[in-house]
Design a protein around this ligand. Structure first.
Ligand SMILES: Cc1ncc(COP(=O)(O)O)c(C=O)c1O
Length: 390
């Protein structure tokens, strides 16, 4: 068997991280991994999570298996967080998954079972893991451009590429804080996506991994809620990794919103069959923590607001620093973008130069994690960006 072992290219992110760690320059800056960092460069465990973990440890309830759908109360809470107090809550069928990645795969497996010829339409640029997940589920992936004009999503190019999509294809959109561009649709543009899906008979699939990192938890779910109100079928993959800082606890949900709720029983059974054939039941700890946070959301939302504002302040400071040194407009749009990521308008060679000459590490495609920055590094980064662009 092992004589057939292929030489598989490693993940470029981890290779760059290795280079960063080996770099001896004291002023080096890591803008690589998509995790929140505080002003000291740490990714802390939220205070509310620490409190919840103490409570769970004291209660030491039981480690007995939960249901195949996972932690049912947690699922109900996430559904409310995603959809708000909407009558559409009755239309969703939700199961707990192994993080947002697990949710993407479970939904991919569901599509592959029910509609194997459906193409997944993915943004370009997009989240690097979408294609391998969907292809591993046996689905075909095609892309449409996700560009912007002066910071506003260029819908014309999206729809020009999506003209090729056929009835039943899946339109995979990021709920908020698009990874890697930080360019999100306006509410009017979400309506245009809804109209397009209705006209072309496409199924929207919303990957929402950063709810609360853009404008607010409700505003960041506005696009999803609009689609849920208007469409007969919406697929959702949601993650608690970022907005609760539960990364390694692998906490998320897969949700299907249907017009006909009589489909929920067979749908749930099929979703459970899919997970049973993979990892059986999802891990409980993250969902138990998240459940406590959702039960008394005020302190959690206050901590999340601090996170969101730190990232927003960094964006603003970077925008001001760029404007002060007369940086081109293509760099200054960073202030209009949402969430942790921005995609710099730099070539692979310019990203290499940023690393070699200035010890600033971003992804080769130009993605940087704004949250990896400290206020004291903003001016240095702005000058380095202008330098490599020249
Ligand atoms: C757009 C997007 N979707 C999904 C995920 C997966 O999240 P999780 O860590 O919960 O698997 C990420 C994580 O970076 C992401 O950026």
């Amino acid at each position: 068997m092992l004589e057939n072992l292929p030489i598989v290219e490693g993940d470029p992110l981890w290779a760059l991280l290795g280079q960063f760690q080996a770099d001896q320059r004291e002023h080096k800056i890591d803008l690589l991994v998509g995790v929140y960092r505080d002003e000291t460069g740490k990714t802390p465990v939220m205070q509310v999570v620490q409190n919840a973990e103490k409570k769970l440890a004291e209660e030491a309830e039981s480690k007995v298996y939960k249901m195949l759908s996972g932690h049912l109360e947690f699922n109900d809470h996430v559904a409310k967080f995603l959809l708000g107090e909407s009558k559409k809550l009755a239309s969703q069928c939700t199961i707990q998954t192994v993080g947002g990645t697990g949710a993407l795969r479970v939904v991919g497996d569901l599509v592959a079972k029910l509609s194997p010829n459906a193409v997944i339409w993915n943004t370009d640029p997009g989240y690097l893991n979408h294609r391998p997940i969907m292809e591993a589920a046996g689905l075909t992936v095609k892309t449409f451009r996700w560009g912007h004009k002066d910071g506003v999503l260029d819908l014309e190019s999206c729809f020009a590429d999506l003209k090729e999509a056929k009835e039943g294809d899946i339109l995979l959109l990021h709920g908020s804080c698009h990874n890697p561009t930080g360019v999100d649709p306006t509410l009017a543009q979400w309506q245009q996506f809804a109209d397009f899906c209705k006209a072309q008979k496409l199924v929207p699939f919303i990957d929402i991994a950063y709810q609360g990192f853009g404008d607010s938890p409700d505003a960041d779910a506005a696009g999803l809620r609009l689609l849920a109100e208007q469409m007969d079928l919406v697929l959702v993959a949601a993650s608690c990794s970022k907005n609760m800082g539960l990364y390694c606890e692998r906490t998320g949900v897969a949700m299907v919103i249907t017009k006909d709720t009589s489909q929920h029983v067979p749908l749930r059974t099929l979703l459970e069959r899919i997970t049973r054939g993979n990892y059986s039941v999802p891990p409980n700890h993250g969902a138990a923590v998240a459940n406590l946070l959702f039960s008394d959301p005020t302190p959690w939302l206050a901590e999340l607001t601090v996170y969101r504002e730190r990232v927003r302040n960094l964006r603003e400071a970077l925008g001001e620093a760029l404007s002060a040194i007369g940086a081109p407009a293509s760099l200054q749009v960073i202030t209009q973008q949402k969430g942790m990521f921005s995609l710099l308008p730099l070539s692979i060679q310019q990203m290499d130069l940023l690393k070699e000459k200035h010890a600033i590490y971003g992804m080769q495609n130009g993605r940087i994690n704004i949250a990896g920055l400290q206020q004291s590094e903003v001016a240095y980064l702005a000058n380095a960006l202008v330098d490599v662009l020249q």
